[in-house]
Design a protein around this ligand. Sequence first.
Ligand SMILES: [Zn+2]
Length: 94
Amino acid sequence: MRDLPPPPPIPDHACPRCGHRHDAYTSLGADDQVVEPGALALCIGCGALSVFDDGMRPRPLTAGEAFALMTSDRWPEIEVAQEALQALRAEREG
Ligand SMILES: [Zn+2]
């Protein structure tokens, strides 16, 4: 297993759905840790998906982007991540 470089910092930002503040990220399975405009973001606060805009701020997916994602090969790993977050939140909330 190769060592990955630490991810570059991203601007502090809030989830467009729940307002949860984010100042870091973790890749969901990409080989590298590069995040650039157009990359997907999964909120650790609510599980919502968003897309980084040109200023590296998350915006909600358009209906077309959401449909394309849900019919892509990436959808199963995203669903697993959303379910894991849901289980973590349920565990924390007792
Ligand atoms: Zn959120």
